[in-house]
Design a protein. Structure first.
Length: 350
């Protein structure tokens, strides 16, 4: 399942450093000048999941396969991007192609790194949001009010366009529009930038990274990209010691990865056997046959039933046999909606 979260920010806020730390290797060019990243870099990152080793111990498997999420490092935006300033048209296209946005805001002091219009995190966010809002307005202004023999779909689309335009003109985002289900469907093809789910990452100094801050009404994660990069190559005890020195409980990247995973609307079901223990990412709301189809397309076609037990019950009863004997394993059919942490064994006709 290819779903991408894109880093969006002004130039020189640490997006590429953050991206490199995520991948634990130098992929994006981190340079002290705007537009060093022109083509977006894409990296696939494992989602931390402490459940997998526990399952592996129970079923005696040595192969663990975690879920993954794709991150995209997009070049820095500048004021006027919606008009093409600073290669803006190209960068806006890259943002349009991702499923969720991670606003990276500068919250560090470094005289050796040029500030490109950066003032405060809140002001930087305002610049970014304004550019995306204006780009969305450009899209909606191309929509003309339907005349004459108007179809139901055209009426619904125009209603949605009017609602969103009012918000954008007021400096708000399309995701805040109160749309009906039909209106949501009609404007999906517009790929509006401010309709995408978004969070904020504050790239902070080591001394301030532990401070809890929120920018605007966004879920905000504070981390230090340089510190995260320093942790690459350290063993577990060394990482723990380094984090404790700065009053941090968990690596910021772990928090970011798990948050981005949820932001993309993903949940995880688990499979546990001697061959492998695996976390499978699916869209929240998937029914059992759709979940089976992520393993193999033939599984969705040949789906019969699903043996399901919660992760906690599976662990507490030491596997499939104990869970079955305790009456904790359920047989679910085609209408079952898979839940986060379900341990599943599919029964299919092949």
């Amino acid at each position: 399942m290819s779903l991408q979260a894109g880093f969006v920010g002004l130039p020189n806020v640490g997006k590429s450093t953050l991206f490199n730390a995520l991948l634990s290797r130098q992929v994006a060019e981190a340079a002290n000048y705007p537009f060093c990243t022109i083509e977006p870099n894409v990296g696939v990152v494992e989602v931390p999941d402490e459940r997998l080793p526990n399952l592996a111990e129970i079923v005696h498997s040595s192969k663990l396969v975690p879920a993954a999420v794709e991150f995209v490092d997009i070049a820095g935006l500048v004021e006027g991007a919606h008009k093409g300033e600073g290669l803006g048209n190209q960068f806006l296209t890259h943002i349009r192609e991702v499923n969720a946005i991670i606003f990276v805001l500068r919250n560090f002091s470094d005289p050796n790194v040029t500030k490109a219009g950066s003032t405060t995190p809140a002001d930087d966010l305002h610049i970014l949001e304004t550019e995306l809002q204006l780009a969305d307005l450009n899209v909606l202004e191309k929509q003309k009010e339907p005349k004459g023999n108007v179809t139901k779909e055209e009426k619904i689309r125009w209603s949605a366009v009017q609602k969103i335009r009012l918000l954008l003109e007021d400096g708000q985002n399309a995701r805040e529009a109160d749309l009906t289900e039909d209106e949501e469907k009609e404007i999906k093809s517009f790929s509006l930038l401010t309709k995408k789910p978004a969070i904020v990452v504050l790239n902070s100094d080591e001394e301030t990274v532990a401070e809890n801050k929120q920018v605007a009404n966004y879920l905000t994660i504070s981390l230090c990209a340089k510190l995260e990069e320093q942790m690459n190559g350290l063993d577990v005890s060394e990482r723990k010691e380094l984090l404790e020195a700065y009053g941090i409980n968990e690596p910021g990247l772990s928090t970011l990865i798990k948050t981005a995973y949820a932001l993309l609307g993903l949940i995880t079901f688990l499979t546990a056997g001697e061959k492998e223990v695996r976390a499978w990412p699916i869209r929240d709301g998937f029914k059992a046959p759709e979940a089976a189809g992520t393993i193999h397309t033939d599984f969705e076609k040949g789906f019969v039933k699903a043996k399901v037990v919660t992760y906690d019950e599976f662990v507490s009863h030491n596997g499939w046999k104990g869970s079955q004997e305790a009456g904790k394993v359920r047989l679910e059919g085609k209408e079952y909606i898979v839940r986060e942490g379900d341990v599943i064994e599919f029964m299919v006709n092949t």
